[in-house]
Design a protein around this ligand. Structure first.
Ligand code: PXG
Length: 289
């Protein structure tokens, strides 16, 4: 494997960064998780736009043009022979000292790792997933907006620990108001009376690329979409529910906290959206070759 760091490719063993990097010392940086399908980097532009917005939000000035970063992603796939897989992009504030002051950091660093991906087994897409609501609340937009895909993922990791300790792979997080926010690494949707409903960004969530692509699919299929405030009541009364994420794609959710959602199986509109999404991933991206 060859890893891209700041303009050069290094063998995996030699791909290293400083222990004084503020990404390591403080989680002061950003990341992306991007899928590659049949030599096509899915929604690369949208991921690069999200990096730019996240960078602006944490006042990190990116010294690279979008085209330059895009080319590095394509090259990382080519060099590693990744035709189907996953790209992890990491941007850090760079090497600083043992103080918080970001002005003492040198140049930001960019790391790009293109690798294979371990997917959920096909049974998850047929039988669906069961979720548990965890006590950890999603970070408030007033503290650190979850729209920023920052390198500090302890909020999601604490939620994941709580879920795993209870025997669940994924969980529901509420925000500080008790409204539905999202899952530890996925966004959440319900279907009610033919309408697709999902929490709005002010409910404290990452604006997922898969979330946006799923909303696009709904528009294409003529399914009305509502982004609003949601509570668990909306999940208890949903006809269908599913989660979305770059790794997960569209996964049916069939139970929450031991309560069945809808029929307790993958719903018909969820199946339609998953089918449409899987068509989209092969047509909407940047070609590697
Ligand atoms: N919410 C959160 C908190 C995320 O981290 C998503 C939603 C889905 O966003 P995309 O853009 O992928 O549709 C994410 C991204 C993991 C893992 O190991 C998951 C993410 C990132 C890093 C690791 O499950 N999900």
């Amino acid at each position: 494997m060859e890893v891209y760091i700041d303009g050069k490719f290094y063998r995996k063993e030699d791909a290293k960064i400083s222990v004084f990097d503020h990404g390591l010392l403080y989680g002061d940086g950003l990341f992306e998780g991007i899928r590659v399908y049949d030599n096509c980097i899915f929604k690369l532009d949208a991921h690069l736009e999200r990096i730019e917005y996240s960078a602006k939000a944490i006042a990190l000035e990116l010294p690279w043009k979008r085209e330059e970063i895009a080319r590095a992603h394509i090259e990382a796939c080519r060099r590693n022979g990744i035709e189907n897989g996953y790209i992890r992009t990491v941007i850090t504030r760079g090497v600083g000292d043992l103080g918080l002051n970001p002005n003492n950091c040198g140049n930001p660093s960019i790391i790009i790792i293109a690798d294979k991906i371990k997917l959920y087994p096909p049974s998850v897409y047929e039988d669906g997933m069961k979720l548990i609501t965890v006590p950890t609340r999603r970070t408030s937009v007033a503290a650190l907006p979850p729209m920023v895909k920052s390198l500090n993922y302890l909020n999601s990791i604490l939620a994941k620990i709580e879920a795993l300790n209870c025997g669940f792979d994924e969980c529901l997080l509420l925000n500080d108001q008790g409204h539905v926010a999202e899952c530890s690494g996925d966004n959440i949707f319900v279907i009610h009376k033919g309408k697709l409903i999902t929490p709005m960004s002010a409910s404290s969530l990452l604006l997922g690329i898969t979330r946006a692509a799923t909303i696009e699919c709904a528009h294409e299929l003529g399914i009305p979409v509502l982004e609003t405030t949601m509570t668990r009541y909306d999940l208890w009364n949903a006809d269908e529910a599913f989660l979305t994420g770059s790794a997960a794609e569209v996964v049916p959710v069939v139970a929450l906290d031991g309560r069945k959602i809808g029929s307790g199986k993958c719903g018909p509109l969820t199946a339609k959206l998953l089918e449409r999404f899987r068509q989209k991933v092969r047509t909407d991206g940047t070609m590697v070759k």
